[in-house]
Design a protein around this ligand. Structure first.
Ligand SMILES: [Zn+2]
Length: 335
């Protein structure tokens, strides 16, 4: 046997044996008086001075490694079947568990609240058609409102596919395949082609809401969103609706709530105004109902969109939106 052959076989054999007796046989086969490695060491005297030095060194190094492996395996086999001493007073090792991202926590909480209001949770694809993301939502090509959404277009450009800029296209998908009345929320990842800073990310999470039925009004929306904020912040909040423009609703509103941190007194979070901007909403535009073949004279609906990161930042006091997807474990471990 050559040194290489010994090396290939011996360690596998040492690990494979299950009793100390078998291990002794392995030891004998390689390191015994007539063992394979012993034979090589003995044959050194017939070699040239140069070969003696190189092969001798390698053979001795291998012998040390085999002896170490044997010793370790003898140790393992010896303990087998016997009770080992177990010190019950020794302090235990703390088990390290994983942590949920605060975004996951807030999404679960938001979903639970809306489910308790009778909403269903619906999801849709992140790659969307231009029709679902824009045209069907009353934002035709060349309409100046498109500038509100900096869009990632996918190649080839003639396919008109994009990374959805909001969760609203799921409204279109849902209405095209369902009949009213219904109440849904749509949590999901959305994308904007824009520079990032402490309050803006290219990738962020929206929760879209849509309620369609007979005699649905903006007053219904105000009641629902107020009940939602009260549950989420676990305190009384006031709601304020201001006129706002979104092409797919008419009228459209910006939704403000009293600051849950300072309770309207003014603090850094609300920039000392006492109010926080928490989303956009409005009554579904008749053109949107036309696009999904609903009769706007028979049904009405309200829609709203809120940002999940924003709520997590308020609720957990997170200063920078980029932390959510930073992969920084020091951040995650705080939750
Ligand atoms: Zn405040």
């Amino acid at each position: 046997m050559t040194l290489q052959e010994i090396e290939q076989l011996v360690f596998a054999e040492i690990i494979r044996v299950t009793t100390a007796k078998e291990l002794e046989e392995v030891q004998h086969t390689y390191l015994g008086r007539k063992g394979h490695l012993t034979a090589i060491l003995r044959g050194l005297s017939t070699l040239s001075l140069e070969e003696k030095r190189t092969i001798g060194e390698q053979a001795n190094a291998l012998r040390v490694r085999i002896e170490t492996a044997l010793k370790e395996q003898f140790g393992k086999l010896e303990g087998k079947g016997e009770e080992k001493f177990f010190d019950i007073t020794f302090p235990g090792k703390k088990v390290v568990t994983g942590h949920l991202n605060p975004l996951t926590l807030i999404l679960r909480e938001i979903e639970d609240i809306f489910i308790s209001f009778g909403f269903s949770v619906v999801e849709g694809p992140e790659v969307e058609t231009e029709f679902n993301n824009f045209d069907a939502l009353n934002i035709p090509a060349n309409h100046p409102a498109r500038e509100m959404w900096d869009t990632f277009w996918l190649k080839p450009e003639n396919q008109k596919l994009l990374l959805r800029t909001h969760t609203s296209p799921v409204q279109i998908r849902y209405m095209m395949t369902h009949e009213p009345p219904f109440r849904i929320i749509v949590p999901g990842t959305t994308y904007r082609y824009e520079a990032t800073d402490a309050r803006h990310e290219m990738q962020f999470t929206q929760v879209e809401g849509l309620v369609v039925g007979k005699d649905v009004t903006l007053a219904n929306f105000k009641a629902v969103i107020e009940a939602f904020f009260i549950r989420l912040f676990a305190q009384k909040v006031e709601i304020r609706l201001r006129p706002g423009y979104f092409p797919f609703v008419e009228p459209g509103v910006e939704v403000d709530a009293t600051c849950p941190r300072c309770k309207k007194k003014g603090c850094e979070l609300c920039k000392f105004s006492g109010w926080l901007e928490l989303g956009g909403a409005g009554m579904v535009h008749p053109n949107v109902f036309d696009a999904v073949k609903y009769n706007p004279k028979e049904v009405q609906g309200f829609a709203f969109g809120i940002g999940a990161e924003r709520f997590a930042m308020i609720k957990y006091g997170i200063p920078d939106i980029r932390l959510f997807r930073s992969g920084d474990l020091r951040f995650i471990r705080q939750f």
